[in-house]
Each structure stands twice: as structure tokens, then as C-alpha cells.
Design a protein around this ligand. Structure first.
Ligand SMILES: Nc1ncnc2c1ncn2[C@@H]1O[C@H](COP(=O)(O)OP(=O)(O)OP(=O)(O)O)[C@@H](O)[C@H]1O
Ligand SMILES: [Mg+2]
Length: 274
């Protein structure tokens, strides 16, 4: 199995060898007869938080879908732990922006989380305690018996995240998960997600339109460019974010390195990124 050297962002220590959990090897995707992703290569280490940013239509969702095995590339290969990804797997969880449609309205919060356990064929007697444990983790234990429509948007999105955690995945794909939330709720969920990821060791691919969110959450930011052609690869730039963790909404965003990265990405993506 391949490994790539990285600085350990949690300890700030010298380079460590981190196992590669996901690898894009010259992945190219065509949809509707059109080249959507030009050959893209990227290795993602276990426990890494990768954010993906780029203008609308540049292929961010397509990249996530290819990583999750929902889309089969025309060229190259997606490898998970060195094995070819041939289709969807319970090892990979997917959080959608549209929480309202992702949750079943006729099931309670707990019932929605238990869906993941049913899919994993967890015995019926174990489902309720496990669902309650995960709901505790995301701060929703007191709301287990409510229905999605009785919750705020932020809480509904937490239910979706809880359902993914119940699946005990290795990788979590998040497609603009906080895009529909107000700024305060969004910042709260960013910090909560960062904590969950630290505690679980999950590897995350997180798509966002928000430059600050991309830097704030990431170990590395992947910037994509629009209208890729074979001559101009869609994978534009990968930027390391060596900001101390845990991150803090005020201190991190005032850090000179944060401002430098923000300027670099802004200049690179131009005004059309959002
Ligand atoms: N099933 C499909 N068939 C044909 N074209 C598709 C299909 N899915 C996506 N596309 C096209 O592929 C391109 C990339 O789509 P994708 O959804 O990956 O972009 P995105 O970066 O996620 O955009 P957004 O920021 O708007 O979500 C777009 O031009 C889109 O129209
Ligand atoms: Mg998208």
C-alpha cells in the first residue's frame, strides 16, 4: 500500500508517513458525451480533511461521485486502500446539501439514523442504543423522537451527519453540506465537524463554494477550474493549509497564514468562484 509524507497537522511534528486511503490516478470522467473531468491525480491520506473549491459546473460533485463509486471514470482509476472502486460501498458515506430531501420525513430523527444501521444489517436490538449514541455525539439526543420538519435546517443537517456516522464509514463525502445554512449555524457546524473528524479519524472530502470555509476546515484545499479540456487539466492546484488545530473562528481567520492563503486562492479563482 502506498503512503505519502505529510506534516502531522495535529502535533505539528516532523513529516510522518500517512497511509493513502483514496487515490485518483489519472481519473477522467465524461458525461453526456462531454469531458467533465480531465485526467486528475491525487492521493489522500488517512484522516486528511480535503476541501474542494471551484466555480459552478467545474466538476466538484462529479469528483465526489467518482470517489464514492457512483460514477465510473472513462479513463484512469479510483483506488480505495489500493483496490479499484467499482461501485458504492458502506465504507463511503455521502452528505448532501439538500438535507430536507436526504431525510425521510415520516421517520423520526432516531428512525432516520437507524436507516444506516438497517442497511448495515445491525440486529434490531442494537439499533436504538447505537442511534442514540451517535445522536449524543452531534448534540441531538434530546430531539430523537422529533420529525425532521420539527427541526431547524442546521439540526436537520446534523441528523444527516449522524446517519453517516452511524454507518461507521472510512470516508465521508460532503457536497456543500452547509451551503444552505445561515452564517452563524454554518460556523457552529464547521467547528462541530472538525471536532468529530478529529475524534473519529475520518477522512473527509468536502465541497464548498466558500473560500474561507475551504481554508478553515482543510488540511489541503483542492482548487478546480472550469471548462476543463485535455490541454488544461481541471485539477488546478492543491494548497497545503498548515494552520494550528483546533481552529477557532476568530483567531484562525485573523492568522497571517490564513489571510495569505485566502489571498492566494482568491487571486487564483478570481471573482467567479462562488
Ligand atoms: N449526468 C450528467 N449528464 C451530463 N452532464 C452532466 C451530468 N452531471 C453533471 N453534468 C455536467 O458536468 C459538469 C460538472 O457538473 P458538477 O455537478 O460536477 O459541477 P459542480 O462543480 O458540482 O457544480 P456546482 O458548483 O454548481 O454544484 C456540469 O457542466 C454539468 O452540467
Ligand atoms: Mg455540485
Amino acid at each position: 500500500m502506498s503512503a505519502l509524507p505529510v506534516i502531522d497537522i495535529h502535533t505539528g511534528a516532523a513529516p510522518v508517513l500517512r497511509e493513502t486511503v483514496l487515490e485518483f490516478d489519472q481519473v477522467a470522467v465524461q458525461l453526456g458525451g462531454r469531458q467533465i473531468l480531465s485526467p486528475t491525480s491525487l492521493k489522500i491520506g488517512r484522516g486528511e480533511f480535503i476541501t474542494i473549491i471551484g466555480p459552478s459546473g467545474c466538476g466538484k460533485t462529479t469528483l465526489l461521485r467518482a470517489a464514492a463509486g457512483f460514477v465510473r471514470p472513462e479513463g484512469g482509476a479510483v483506488l480505495r486502500q489500493g483496490r479499484l472502486v467499482g461501485g458504492p460501498s458502506r465504507e463511503v458515506a455521502f452528505v448532501f446539501q439538500d438535507y430536507a430531501h436526504a431525510l425521510l420525513p415520516w421517520r423520526t430523527v432516531q428512525g432516520n439514523v437507524e436507516l444506516a444501521l438497517e442497511a448495515a444489517q445491525v440486529p434490531a436490538t442494537e439499533r436504538a442504543p447505537r442511534a442514540q449514541q451517535v445522536l449524543q455525539t452531534v448534540g441531538l439526543a434530546a430531539h430523537a423522537a422529533k420529525f425532521p420538519a420539527q427541526l431547524s435546517g442546521g439540526m436537520q443537517q446534523r441528523v444527516q451527519i449522524a446517519r453517516c456516522l452511524a454507518q461507521q464509514p472510512e470516508l465521508m463525502m460532503m457536497d456543500e453540506p452547509f451551503g444552505a445554512l445561515d452564517a452563524m449555524t454554518r460556523e457552529g457546524l464547521q467547528d462541530e465537524l472538525a471536532r468529530l473528524v478529529r475524534e473519529t479519524g475520518l477522512t473527509v472530502l468536502f465541497v464548498t463554494h466558500d473560500l474561507e470555509e475551504a481554508i478553515y476546515l482543510a488540511d489541503r484545499v483542492v482548487a478546480l477550474r472550469a471548462n476543463p479540456t485535455a490541454e488544461r487539466p481541471s485539477l488546478a492546484r492543491v494548497i497545503d493549509v498548515n494552520l494550528p488545530r483546533p481552529r477557532e473562528q476568530l483567531a484562525t481567520k485573523e492568522h497571517p497564514e490564513f489571510l495569505r492563503l485566502r489571498r492566494e486562492l482568491y487571486g487564483y479563482l478570481g471573482h467567479g468562484h462562488g
